[in-house]
Design a protein around this ligand. Structure first.
Ligand code: GDP
Ligand code: IMO
Ligand code: MG
Length: 423
């Protein structure tokens, strides 16, 4: 009987997939509301280990609808691939729906992203075509899933769109696409996805009116928001909670809870400022070798993530722009063997403490102010109750709550669904 929005409170990869998988046990619907297959949301549950890119992480719960909503840019080939991977593991995908207003991410967007990353405008994207699909949406030259329901109209749109796309591809030395091959792709996608396409505004609002429990699953995190993040090292959508309502076509007043997911430390993939970043052997404690599901390598690209101490000004900024009602802190267990843990609780800019989040160029210059907290030197991975956590973990959690001003409700102590403590 409530609408919850769950978003990343840092630079992405905070553990959103795991928390969505847990919360969706009580949900009637889980909705992705922005981004595309740049996402990699890890879920470890009784069905197996998954890294979902486009499919909402609620898909594993019987009876829970999964909607890829307006606001997303969806590569249909990737969606079909992912749905096959999930159904091969006996997961029921009959509850998967796609917004008719969602943007189709085309093969030429992927090509353009790859070309862009070879030039001076590279920012370390996932090369999934995200920025180019959103650019086409904004210049009103994208196709939407509704166009697959009227192939005559679809063909006309392709004929209008392709000359400019091909001119851009040619200018950058990339491969061009014929109108026929793009149209054939659309016919192929229409045959396979048609039944999943719904009119999204009534779909979502009717569920809200019926009093269903709905969870909106964000992609990436606050610092990579196109307007509010570390521009230009950002994604091309708004991973903040309000965008769930903007793109979903329902009033923001319907949102009851906003959960911010964070890691007990900080990670980022791609370029841009990262005040608490650590280098070389300093990151060994968090990283792992890449063999385990929770090692710090990108769930989408496999790139080694940049790692550093917890940066609370970032989480506080995320709380300010999102309005978190609670926090989920993942990966507490990664500190189980540490003697001491450093936490940044303020920044200095030009020698003075600042109480705001600077934009990228000044964020490059800030000096983190650290507190050093005592480690707990105990295995937390088997703990199920908050009361059984070592006092030092409680102090770490209390330090976060004090500096961010939001209560911590969930504490992750391992990658699986049940490695979670409810406070
Ligand atoms: P997302 O993009 O926010 O869904 O996060 P990712 O799945 O990209 O990255 C989070 C990583 O942390 C994954 O490897 C998860 O398996 C792992 N993870 C999530 N929560 C915990 C936790 O509490 N402890 C440990 N050890 N790993 C976790
Ligand atoms: P989830 O949802 C971490 C980063 C890229 C790059 C920037 C722009 O799993 O948290 P894009 O491909 O979106 O144009 O790249 O954003 N990035 C992510 N980093 N987790 C993600 O998703 C990311 N999606 C994009 O590395 O810096
Ligand atoms: Mg991820």
């Amino acid at each position: 009987m409530s609408v919850t929005v769950l978003v990343g409170a840092q630079f992405g990869d905070e553990g959103k997939g795991k928390i969505v998988d847990y919360l969706s046990q009580n949900m009637d619907m889980v909705v992705r509301f922005q981004g595309g297959d740049n996402a990699g949301h890890t879920v470890v549950n009784k069905d197996g280990e998954f890294k979902l890119h486009l499919v909402p992480c609620g898909i594993f719960n019987k009876g829970c609808k999964a909607l890829a909503n307006t606001g997303m840019v969806i590569n249909p080939d990737e969606l079909l691939k992912e749905l096959k991977q999930i159904s091969d593991k006996k997961v029921d995908i009959s509850n998967m729906f796609i917004s008719s207003r969602a943007i189709i991410l085309m093969p030429y967007h992927v090509e353009l992203d790859g070309l862009g990353e070879k030039t001076g405008i590279s920012i370390g994207t996932t090369k999934r075509g995200i920025g180019y699909a959103y650019a086409d949406k904004m210049r009103r030259t994208a196709l939407r899933f509704e166009d697959l329901l009227d192939l005559t109209y679809c063909k006309q749109r392709i004929q209008k769109i392709m000359p400019r796309i091909n001119a851009e591809l040619k200018a950058l030395g990339g491969r061009t696409f014929t109108e026929e091959e793009v149209y054939e792709k659309c016919v192929y996608w229409a045959q396979r996805l048609e039944k999943m396409i719904v009119e999204p505004v009534s779909f979502v609002n009717e569920a809200i009116e019926k009093g269903e429990n709905i969870l909106f699953e964000g992609q990436l995190g606050a610092m990579k928001d196109i307007d509010l993040g570390i521009y230009p090292y950002v994604t091309s959508s708004n991973p903040v909670a309000a965008y769930a309502a903007v793109s979903g076509g329902f009033p923001i007043s319907k949102i009851d809870e906003i959960v911010g997911v964070m890691k007990a430390f900080t990670s980022a993939v791609g370029d841009g400022p990262f005040p608490t970043e650590l280098f070389g052997a300093e990151t060994d404690g968090f990283r792992g070798t890449g063999e385990k599901v929770d090692d710090e390598f990108g769930a989408r690209t496999g790139r080694a993530r940049r790692l550093g101490w917890l940066d609370l000004p970032i989480v506080k900024y995320a709380a300010t722009i999102n309005g978190f009602t609670s926090l989920a802190v993942c990966k507490i267990d990664k500190f189980d063997s540490y003697d001491e843990i450093k936490v940044c609780y303020a920044y200095k800019l030009n020698g003075k403490i600042i109480n705001y989040m600077p934009t990228s160029r000044n964020l490059e210059k800030v000096e983190p102010v650290y507190a050093t907290l005592k480690g707990w030197k105990k295995d937390t991975t088997k703990i199920k109750e908050y009361s059984n956590l070592p006092d030092e973990v409680k102090e770490y959690i209390g330090f976060i709550e004090k500096h961010v001003g939001v209560p911590v409700k969930y504490i992750g102590v391992g990658p699986a669904r049940d490695n979670l403590i409810i406070k």
